[in-house]
Structures are given as C-alpha cells and as structure tokens.
Design a protein around this ligand. Structure first.
Ligand code: CA
Length: 228
C-alpha cells in the first residue's frame, strides 16, 4: 500500500483529505506543521506529499525547498485561492502540481494518482531516448547529458522526455502541460516556465546560454536538434 503524507494545519481539511485518500486505498499519515512534515517525510519515506502552503512556523514553501534538496518524492500543493504567487513559487521549487481550495476531494485523489503515475516506472517498453549527447532511460527514469548523470523530479523528467522524443519540434506551454499532466485543468502555463527553469539549472552546463532546451519566443520550447 502506498503512503501519502498529508500536511495541513486545519484539522477539518486534513480529516477530509485523509478520509478520501484512505477510501481510495492509500495509507495516510498527517502532519499539522512544517517541522513535523519534514521529520515524517524523512522517517517514513512517503510515496507522495499533499502539502498545504499556509502552515505555522516552517511554511509550505520551505518544506518543498528542504525536501527537494535530497528527494524527488511527488508533491501536490494545496493552496488558498489568491495565493497565485506562492503557488507558482512552489512549482518553481519543484512541486509537481497544485490544487486550489476549496477543492473537490475526488479531484484531489485524481491529482494524487496522477503525480504518482508520473513518478512510476511503467512504460510500455524498454524505451530509451537518445538526442545528441542526451540519453534518457525511460524505464529507470535516468538522464545523462554528455555522460553526466542528472537527477530530475518526475515532472522535469516527463518534460524533457516529451521534448527529446521529437527534437526540433516546437511545443506551446499548453501542449507541454497536457503532455506532463495528462490534463491542463486549472493549471497555469507559467508553471511550465518554472519547470523548464529547474530543468535547465540541472541540465545545462550554462543555463544562461541553454544548449539543450531552446526557448521559442512567443510560442514555447523545443529541444535543440542535435548537430548533424
Ligand atoms: Ca493552512
């Protein structure tokens, strides 16, 4: 059974989220503040986090920052309507998706399943993608750029795999959102910019002059075509 860590300081919301996730077949552990969340994340190694951003003491953004230092566990943000800046910051820090309060508990369960699927190794075949000196092992979710191993979050990996399957193809932000989330309901195209920025930081030898992921102004992004 997979374990979800729910971090939420409002007991009522935490209870609803717990009930729905348990009903969907997950084991649920809860934390009511950021410090407890970090301790539980380390001790129990959950399969995914549902994380409220507005927490007492250590806030949600600090929790993401701290977890992303050494873990790629999927993170789904819970945020209040109007907290757009925090939400986008959360995605930039490496969260995988978000849902806005008040939310439908069923949609939340669907989102948790979606972030877990993205982190899973369940491809149809032993797919390997090679584009220039980029090598992606889709089964093991490993990436090498010029022989250098790079650790990516599930969303960053999906994004790079999508781009690398068709070097040179220009993708709009909306198409990339669809490709990595399966649906783009209520998600911001700007979130893609955040994921691309994180991906470049890890991938590009010089992220001020990207050689892998090109920006196509006014449209979106493309993987640079390998030199012939
Ligand atoms: Ca809160």
């Amino acid at each position: 059974m997979r374990t979800i860590l729910v971090v939420e300081d409002e007991p009522q919301i935490a209870g609803i989220v717990r009930d729905y996730l348990e009903h969907a077949g997950f084991a649920v552990i809860t934390a009511a503040d950021g410090g407890a969340a970090l301790a539980l994340a380390r001790a129990r190694r959950p399969d995914a986090l549902v994380l409220d951003l507005g927490l007492p003491r250590v806030d949600g953004l600090d929790v993401i920052r701290s977890i992303r230092r050494d873990s790629r566990v999927p993170i789904l943000i819970l945020s209040a309507r109007g907290d757009e800046v925090d939400r986008v910051t959360g995605l930039e820090l490496g969260a995988d998706d978000y849902i806005v309060k008040p939310f439908s508990p069923r949609e939340l369960v669907a989102r948790v399943r979606a972030v877990l699927r993205r982190g899973e190794t369940a491809p149809m075949s032993d797919e390997r993608i090679v584009a220039g000196d980029l090598e992606l092992d889709v089964v093991r979710r490993r990436v090498k750029a010029g022989g250098r191993a790079i650790a990516l979050t599930p969303t960053e990996f999906e994004l790079l795999a999508t781009l690398a399957r068709e070097p040179g193809r220009v993708w709009t932000r909306a198409q990339l959102l669809d490709a990595v989330h399966g649906f783009s309901l209520e998600t911001y195209e700007r979130a893609i910019d955040g994921h691309i920025r994180n991906l470049r930081k890890k991938l590009e030898p010089d992220d001020a002059a990207p050689r892998y992921v090109r920006t196509v102004h006014g449209v979106g992004y493309a993987l640079a075509e390998p030199d012939a």
